[in-house]
Design a protein around this ligand. Structure first.
Ligand SMILES: Cc1cc2nc3c(=O)[nH]c(=O)nc-3n(C[C@H](O)[C@H](O)[C@H](O)COP(=O)(O)OP(=O)(O)OC[C@H]3O[C@@H](n4cnc5c(N)ncnc54)[C@H](O)[C@@H]3O)c2cc1C
Length: 427
């Protein structure tokens, strides 16, 4: 029986202690079988348990093994494509609903952390940093757009002001979002898993769903057991493989890499990010970074289309870090890892239902920490018969990647190369 550990990362090394979880070796019955214990699965499980459902979660490896336990830890509002793009591609009613939900995920995280006393180094404040005048113009219209949907904790930063919150000379300005922020992502997932169990939910680890028997009474099979359920929620995202073939064609796993420095001297940490905000730049292939609770710099960037693991992550990411912060040239990198997120062509989440009882949400294409928490709530609402908000996502159009399974990776890489060039030359 395979026993898949966490990949080596700063998060795994600093994870809060958790009890061992069982492998499914039985035939069990439940109301909802959730496949995948990342934020989507755990958030769904929590909302369902809070509403009286019996829930069983199957996790192929360990809680937070996927992107939820490896990400940059940035709480970023809205979706990977903003509401104005959504407004142009769907009707006003659907766009209005999606716009109203765009800031809910961050609130859900904060409520969860407070309600279940989750120790995950939550800090408020996220900065979008503009490198070009065009990006600054985009942030100005983004602020107006977000304010139109009731989000008011935003401040535009000019060149002098951004220099007060981040010691990087590349930026000409930015936008501070005080309802953004950052967390230790794996500890958030572990805390949510403990909350699931405190409400009577069961989580099986090292228990991959290997087959779904569809029908009026669906059954999820694992190598040593099965779960009979009224409903199934598929939340395996970029790690799902081909379990549900319908979902694979319209999404593509992509790798992105993160490094973590040794703990920085207090004075150096304070000089880099005096208010301890997290930062992401506005490039298409963006860099993002923040300080950890013990004052390391977590720095991420770059995308590997098709999710091949690069041989030397430090060699790819460290130069980006030094470009932003040459003052870190003598600082040692303690950890480097890779993780997969799921890209869709529209960069909007892929949400829906197969038959009457199999629900899914995946493919938030990069900015998923907040959306996945919202997704759990929206999926739980749909299972309770209130599907208006679920339908707003499910009705978003999705298309297969050009080139099919064989050529989608080079095609997407070519597209990203083009946008990378535009970033480079300031278009
Ligand atoms: C390196 C990296 C950095 C990122 N940084 C940020 C960031 O700073 N901010 C942000 O907003 N977003 C970020 N993201 C994206 C964000 O982390 C994801 O969008 C989000 O965590 C996805 O959550 P999820 O639950 O849908 O999927 P995952 O967290 O990937 O969870 C899926 C789970 O399902 C399990 N699974 C898969 N198949 C099966 C099966 N057959 N049976 C049982 N279990 C199964 C997997 O083992 C996994 O644990 C980043 C992603 C990566 C990879």
């Amino acid at each position: 029986m395979a026993n898949t550990p966490y990949p080596e990362s700063y998060y795994a090394a600093s994870a809060n202690a958790v009890p061992p979880r069982p492998v499914l070796q039985d035939d069990v019955e439940t109301d909802v079988c959730v496949i995948g214990a990342g934020y989507t699965g755990l958030s769904s499980a929590l909302f369902l348990l809070e509403n009286g459902f019996k829930v069983t979660v199957l996790e192929a490896a360990k809680v937070g093994f996927g992107a939820s336990g490896r990400n940059g830890g940035q709480i970023v509002n809205s979706y990977s494509r903003d509401i104005d793009v959504i407004e142009r591609s769907v009707g006003p009613k659907q766009a209005q609903l999606l716009g109203q939900m765009a800031f809910e995920g961050g609130r859900i995280i904060r409520e969860r952390v407070a309600k279940y006393n989750i120790q995950c180094d939550l800090k408020d404040g996220g900065v979008f940093a503009a490198i070009t005048a065009k990006q600054m113009g985009h942030l100005e219209s983004q602020k107006r757009l977000w304010e139109r949907f009731g989000h008011t904790q935003l401040e535009l930063l000019d060149q002098k002001r951004i220099r007060e919150v981040v010691a990087c000379d590349q930026y000409i300005g930015g936008m501070l979002d005080m309802s953004g922020g950052h967390i230790h992502p794996l500890n958030l997932a572990l805390g949510e898993a403990a909350a699931v169990e405190s409400l009577g939910g069961t989580i099986y680890e090292q228990s991959p769903a290997v087959r779904i028997e569809r029908g009026a009474n669906p059954v999820v099979h694992t190598p040593q057991g099965k779960v009979r359920a009224k409903f199934i929620i598929v939340a395996g995202n970029a790690y799902l493989g081909n379990l549900v073939p319908e979902l694979a064609a319209k999404s593509m796993p992509c790798g992105t890499q993160v490094i973590t420095t040794e703990p920085l001297r207090d004075a150096l940490a304070k000089a880099l990010l005096p208010q301890d905000y997290c930062v992401e730049d506005c490039n298409y292939l963006l860099d993002y970074y923040r300080l950890t609770g013990d004052k390391r710099l977590v720095f991420g960037g770059g995308v590997v289309y098709g999710a091949r693991d690069p041989a030397n992550i430090e060699a790819i990411i460290r130069p980006k870090m030094l470009k932003a912060f040459p003052q870190l040239k003598d600082v040692k990198i303690d950890y480097a890892w890779t993780g997969n997120f799921l890209l869709t062509l529209s960069r909007l989440p892929q949400v829906g239902r197969l038959g009457d009882n199999i629900y899914y949400s995946q493919g938030c294409s990069g900015h998923g920490v907040t959306y996945t928490h919202l997704a759990g709530k929206v999926l739980a609402e749909a299972l309770r018969g209130q599907a208006e908000r679920f339908d707003a996502f499910a009705d978003l159009p999705h298309y297969p990647f050009p080139g099919g399974q064989l050529l989608r990776t080079p095609f997407a890489a070519l597209g990203a190369w083009y946008y990378g060039l535009r970033d480079k030359f300031g278009y």
